[in-house]
Design a protein around this ligand. Structure first.
Ligand code: ZN
Length: 492
């Protein structure tokens, strides 16, 4: 299919709070920055959601013909407990508990995060910068902000002067918070505090003697504030102003609000043209939390090893389930809903196989061109994956009716149907036929076909022992075989 960049894509920008026509700053180049994980524990559903949401953005923009540079960071330093600017570093704490180097913790959990994302068929970003590898860039940005007068030094730490910034700019424009209310409602500082105002945030933090991860700086030994890494790394790899900044809704405040302030203070421009935020996941209507016994990691979903789960759920079931909701809606996980998603996914994959067996006729009773337009329109409407899936299931109905000779399709329409169906299902929505495995799915299908051919040969030779053996072993592996007039059909 020829790749033409249409000018129809609209996306919801969280800053202007409306859908905007997508016009990249330097088309056909597109820069996307998404806040990645803080790597101090196993990846869970809260990681799967943004992983998949922005994977769809990445895949669709590339499909449209844009040249996309997708940057997703790995936070391995500076993210303190409770997202605050005092307290213990999340990774350092885990390292202390497990008696490991902080970088061993970061490496281990970022490897496992990548394994989980691979299983979910989330494409790897173009660049995955680590905060600890960009300390110099962060120091340089702190210096710039100090030079412009939007920050002050205090006891070896550097704080962003929110009140000063707010005289000319608007701290709160993304999250909708009003600074005066915040100043009214937060506790008054007692004069002993390092900060001038409670709303100020650390852009460089002095390290206490027991703090392990520390670097020498013009302000003493310390480490960068959490918000600083994304400002410094996005500017380094995408420029001071780039196209899309994404992340979970929970990052709007203080993280993204502070990123905007830092960029405006240092570079005199806002970092991103569009802000995209995915919504959260809940489990049986409740927020996921360690204390609620509903904190389920992705490994536990894939293995079924958690009390909440009726059985294991394949990575593709999770992916399908997440894409059944629009990225700006919440997703509520339950066993019933996941089992329904399992069935829906299997139906879609079965149709993909049936599609290859269809025979063309003289007329078309399914309007493929109109259906194709609807599929594109769904994605062009702020990446509306649930509407796209509904259109794909319309085509599943048509495919099954054509197979049953209740509908018909011409040869050229059949070609178009195959092409568009495969593009949306596999390339854009990123499904894999073999829902459990991250290896080459086509090959396993071909292997099953080959084994079934061997079984047919054995049958033809009246070698019933071999034929039964192949059948029984495939059944044990979860392949259901149905004998037909012309041989055998199978499904996983
Ligand atoms: Zn970030």
């Amino acid at each position: 299919m020829s790749k033409i960049i249409p000018n129809k894509l609209k996306l919801y920008d969280s800053l202007s709070r409306k859908k905007q026509v997508f016009e990249p700053i330097n088309s056909p180049n597109v820069g996307i920055y998404v806040c990645g994980p803080t790597v101090y524990g196993d990846a869970h559903l809260g990681h799967a959601r943004p992983g998949i949401a922005f994977d769809i953005v990445f895949r669709y923009l590339k499909h449209l013909g844009y040249k996309v540079r997708y940057v997703r960071n790995i936070t391995d330093v500076g993210h303190l407990e409770n997202d605050a600017d005092h307290g213990e570093d999340k990774i350092a704490k885990k390292a202390r508990l497990e008696e490991l180097e902080p970088m061993e913790i970061a490496q281990n959990y970022s490897d496992r995060y990548m394994d989980n994302m691979d299983a979910l068929n989330v494409q790897r970003p173009s660049i995955q910068p680590r905060a600890s590898g960009h300390i110099i860039e962060q120091m340089e940005m702190v210096t710039k902000i100090l030079d412009k007068g939007y920050a002050y030094e205090s006891n070896g730490s550097v704080y962003f002067d929110v009140k000063k910034y707010n005289e000319k700019h608007n701290y709160g424009k993304l999250s909708g918070r009003n600074l005066d209310d915040a100043l009214e409602s937060t506790r008054k500082l007692d004069g002993q505090d390092e900060k001038r105002e409670s709303v100020d945030f650390a852009i460089w933090k002095s390290a206490s003697p027991e703090h392990i991860m520390r670097w020498n700086s013009p302000w003493g030994s310390g480490f960068p504030g959490w918000h600083m890494e994304c400002s410094a790394m996005s500017a380094k790899y995408l420029g001071n102003k780039f196209d899309i900044h994404g992340g979970g809704m929970d990052l709007k405040f203080p993280h993204h609000e502070s990123e905007i302030a830092q960029s405006v203070a240092a570079n005199s421009c806002e970092p991103a043209k569009y802000w995209m935020h995915n919504n959260m996941v809940t489990i049986d209507g409740q927020k996921m939390g360690k204390s609620l016994n509903n904190f389920i990691t992705l490994d536990q979903f894939f293995s079924g090893n958690h009390d909440f789960l009726d059985h294991a759920y394949a990575p593709m079931t999770i992916r399908f389930f997440i894409l059944q909701a629009h990225y700006r809606s919440t997703v509520d996980f339950s066993n019933e809903a996941l089992q329904a998603a399992e069935k829906g996914f299997d139906k879609l994959m079965k149709a993909a196989l049936t599609l290859n067996e269809l025979k063309a006729g003289d007329t078309s009773t399914f309007d493929v061109a109109a259906w194709k337009d609807k599929c594109y329109a769904a994605m062009d409407d702020d990446f509306n994956s649930p509407v796209l899936l509904a259109h794909l299931f319309d085509s599943v109905k048509a495919i099954n009716s054509i197979k049953a000779a209740k509908m018909s399709i011409t040869a050229s329409d059949l070609e178009l149907l195959k092409l568009v169906f495969n593009i949306f299902v596999f390339e854009i929505l990123g499904f894999k036929a073999d829902k459990n495995d991250s290896s080459n799915s086509n090959m396993s299908g071909e292997l099953i076909d080959m084994l079934l051919q061997m079984r047919q040969d054995a049958k033809n030779n009246k070698d019933w022992a071999t034929s039964d053996k192949i059948r029984n072993q495939l059944t044990e592996l979860g392949v259901t075989i149905k004998d037909t007039k012309d041989g055998a059909e199978w499904e996983l």
